[in-house]
Write a protein that binds this ligand. Structure first.
Ligand code: APR
Length: 244
């Protein structure tokens, strides 16, 4: 089948899709930012002020990611990558659970925790197959390595690429994000006007912008149900009554 004829599902995922895998979200009352102020661990100023604290913060998150396993939502999206459907994942997450579930087209808007990069040349990246980053670990140019993640106040280098992908969506599936962070949340504005959009999140009723179909379900329940429906129907659409 030609690429252009397969229905194209574009997914925008956030921390909520990995919650059932045991990875903390950010803005819940017991979320990551409740224990670690953003300005202390996830900004360029924090890196300049106390790089050791920043490295420890990301080492702890990297350990959590390595202990985690993809859940039913990650696996369902990977299973949809059949000759019948094209699936593009645009994730705000820095974990590798989409890839480990088998998704082959994953764009990380906010970087990847299992990679380090030079603090002077972002083109110099180094996979972290085991362990973390220590003060004194340097890139080929002799500069300290840092987590390959986008900090608050930094630009999102791959956002333009994500917009181009969103512009070719036949359906946009938004899963597990509070839509609190820009420019990621504005991706909904880049899908074609008549493209349906569904939001899967236990708080979807409170979060979904106008015109977005709400599925107030955890990702591990809502996403597999949608994927079963799409595979059975052979097309992407959002039924009003998915759960009776
Ligand atoms: N299934 C689906 N959604 C869930 C689940 C679940 N099991 N559990 C929680 N959620 C939802 C929450 O209701 C919330 O809407 O996931 C969302 C998580 O929101 P945030 O914690 O704000 O995470 P996210 O939207 O991914 O944050 C975006 O902000 O902090 C930065 O860079 C960080 O990429 C992150 C960005």
């Amino acid at each position: 089948m030609e690429e252009s004829r397969r229905p194209h599902l574009v997914v925008l995922s956030g921390a909520g899709i990995s919650a059932e895998s045991g990875i903390q979200t950010f803005r819940a009352s017991d979320g990551l930012w409740a224990d670690h102020p953003i300005e202390a661990v996830a900004t360029p100023e924090a890196w300049t002020r106390d790089p050791e604290r920043v490295l420890r913060f990301y080492d702890a998150r990297r350990d959590q990611v390595r202990r985690a396993r993809p859940n039913a939502a990650h696996r369902a999206l990977a299973a949809l990558e059949t000759p019948g459907f094209r699936v593009s994942i645009i994730t705000q997450n820095i974990d590798d659970l989409h890839e480990r579930a088998g998704s082959r087209d994953v764009l990380h808007l906010h970087g990847e925790i299992l990679q380090a990069r030079s603090s002077v040349d972002p083109r110099l990246r180094y996979p972290l197959r085991r362990g973390g980053i220590r003060l004194g670990d340097v890139c080929d140019k002799g500069s300290q390595l840092r987590p390959d993640v986008v900090w608050f106040g930094e630009s999102v280098p791959r956002f333009g690429e994500a917009c181009d992908i969103a512009a070719t969506a036949d359906l946009l599936l938004v899963v597990g994000t509070s839509l609190a962070v820009m420019p990621a949340a504005s991706l909904l504005e880049y899908v074609p006007l008549d493209t349906p959009c569904v939001l899967v999140d236990p708080e979807a009723h409170a979060l979904a912008p106008p015109g977005v179909v709400r599925l107030d379900r955890p990702a591990g329940e809502g996403v597999p149900a949608l994927v079963r429906h799409w595979r059975r129907e052979g097309r992407l659409w959002v039924p009003e009554t998915l759960f009776e």
